[in-house]
Design a protein around this ligand. Sequence first.
Ligand code: NAD
Length: 396
Amino acid sequence: MIIQPKTRGFICTTAHPEGCAKQVGKQVEYVKAQKKIEGPANVLVIGSSTGYGLASRIVAAVGAGANTVGVFFDKPAEGSRTASAGWYNTAGFEAEAAKLGAKSFNIVGDAFSNEIKAQTIELIKKELGQVDLVVYSVASPRRTHPDTGETFTSVIKPIGPAYSNKTMNFHTGEVSTTTIEPAAEEEVRQTIAVMGGEDWKMWIDALQEAGALAQGATTVAYSYIGPEVTHAIYREGTIGKAKNDLENTASVLSDSLSGIGGRAYVSVNKALVTQSSSAIPVVPLYISALYRVMKEKGLHENCIEQMYRLFADRLYAEKTEVDEKGLIRLDDWEMREDVQTEVTRRWNELSTENVEELSDLEGYRREFFQLFGFRTDGVDYEADTDPNVPMPNLRP
Ligand code: NAD
């Protein structure tokens, strides 16, 4: 079939297999061109098919030569529906991993469930014995609690007064003012249940109990802080409460891993175009302005550059540098004073009339479509393409 992008708001309901594979190939090439990392040997990535999790898996396999287990929630093609981007990304990753000779395994299903945890642990014990790094990179709008069966929905809302700020429709380039009503207490509770640290802890506890964590094992999850303009909607809003919970979980896990000499970190990453970030109001406009400024200053990074830095310069450096709260800061360049001063200056002026000029709207749009394998050089989008791509090394 001919596969073209079909968008609904900030979602693209189609994905292109060849384009996704090429995007993964570009990330692999980036890592190959960097120094090898003396890093982990066996790595579990939970949420491994897109965004930061995919980049973590690529850095582990290509940069450190690690065997990897990826857990993700994606669908294969069916009838006239293409597979989701994460499915094609992972198939693309598998083709690259096969060339490297590192082992890799894929588990498709709900990471929040007890079943998927049990299957993953069984696989690790059988194939790898133990893992020495666990990356937790799940971003989801919903979670069903494995023990109580309650389904939680996360919302992105301010806490306290209603919040108004500029936002953008990145398809049309229209800049407008949005007002978001504050969250009810119940919504805060549910958002923490989805995006907080409980599931990360459940994974680490289950792995440790099963003896699937190697001596000195490391675990890392990802967070975001961001600038003043997004604080009300992000860091001081519902999602920020969940991130506080995730960050507190890192200290709890550090204690529980001390017996095996293990370490638990939260890494604060840069704002980037991913499926998750494009769903947040205000943030796409901020990212467009940020990209423009960081590109002009020669500081721009994507997921892969960020994750390479995480492994090479933080987690597996001689000393893992953290801030006063114990957080790894990969948002150091985003938050640099000169970068933020310039973003704020532009932010105050941004409107529909000047958005192309003051921000990197075109770059934002291109990256959004590239998440789904579109707008990628070297792909013939008019060609008949088979959407059915088998998933190698799928378990159980
Ligand atoms: P993403 O949407 O690109 O990736 C999410 C991953 O989670 C995918 O692999 C998906 O398959 C998987 N997933 C979702 N629900 C699942 C489930 N129930 N079971 C198994 N897998 C599931 O998101 P991302 O932007 O890479 O975010 C990853 C983490 O990084 C999040 O904690 C996010 O808050 C954080 N982060 C993102 C940004 C950003 O700007 N994008 C910045 C800093 C931190």
